[in-house]
Design a protein around this ligand. Structure first.
Ligand code: HH2
Length: 262
């Protein structure tokens, strides 16, 4: 999953693809580099970020989304937790909604996704982006994330989202300390019991900066290590900024992993 942020303020690529022409060009580049899915985001969910209105989010993403659904051969997801935004982009032909709140910020989102027969990514978050890094606490982070996702899956299915259209994500960086992120990445395989495809998004995040003491523009290798750990444990989708490099890391790790199974 290649990240296409059409935001002015995302933590690593804010402001780069605000223009719809540039966004489409960059999406094509990511597909050429091997992306199987493009994730369009119009609101930054970095720690401390303030929410934007549905109108503002749509103003940012709609010109790009309209062009992308016409031009791209791969599925498109939109990174939003708002039912009003989801309804508009699903009507335009978007394939899935990537909800970083796991249906906890907008109670209407599940039925909008269900009615459209679309896919849904359910992500674990503790708190909200504005305050999530203030003081995240867990007794057993893996068990708590797993139980929370199990409950969110039940909510989605009860509201009519197709069971085979649900993807789950432990939410790296969403209300987690460095050690929580590392433990989750170490034990991703324990989330397979949920019976859903797994997605993980470690790309360029601050836990990498902390471990390696590196700024956001120097986190390629750290992201690669996290992607390799994820693929090694059978994660199905990795959400990344550096598509060319991460496709190579994923394919190589997968080849090693599969060799041990045969
Ligand atoms: N991380 C970010 C945004 N959306 N979606 C899922 N499912 N999983 C993630 O880990 C995830 C996500 C944050 O990264 P980015 O989009 O690069 O930054 P920002 O939130 O500042 O736009």
């Amino acid at each position: 999953m290649g990240v296409l942020n059409v935001t002015p303020d995302s933590f690593s690529d804010g402001g780069l693809y605000v223009d719809a022409g540039r966004a489409v060009e960059y999406a094509h580049q990511m597909i050429e580099e091997g992306a199987d899915l493009i994730d369009v985001g119009g609101e930054s969910t970095r720690p401390g970020a303030e929410p934007v209105s549905a109108e503002e989010e749509l103003r940012r993403i709609l010109p790009s989304v309209k062009r992308l659904v016409k031009k791209l051969a791969v599925p498109i997801s939109v990174d939003t937790y708002k039912a009003d935004v989801a309804a508009v982009v699903l009507a335009e032909g978007v394939d899935l909604i990537n909800d970083v709140s796991g249906l906890s910020f907008d109670p209407r989102l599940a039925s909008v996704v269900a009615e459209a027969g679309a896919g849904l990514v359910l992500t674990h978050i503790q708190g909200t982006p504005r305050i999530m890094q203030t003081d995240p606490k867990y007794t057993d982070v893996v068990a708590e994330v797993r139980e929370h996702l199990q409950e969110r899956v039940l909510v989605a299915e009860t509201r009519g989202v197709h069971p085979e259209a649900i993807v789950v994500d432990p939410g790296i960086g969403f209300g987690k300390r460095v050690e929580h992120n590392l433990i989750l990445l170490n034990r991703l395989a324990e989330l397979h019991v949920l019976g859903k495809p797994l997605l993980v998004g470690p790309s360029r995040k601050s836990f990498i900066g902390t471990v390696l003491d590196l700024p956001v523009e120097e986190r390629l290798e750290g992201s690669a290590a996290a992607v390799a750990a994820a693929i090694w444990q059978g994660v199905h989708i990795v959400r990344v900024h550096d598509v060319r490099a991460m496709v190579r890391v994923a394919r190589m790790t997968d080849a090693i992993r599969k060799a041990s199974e045969s």
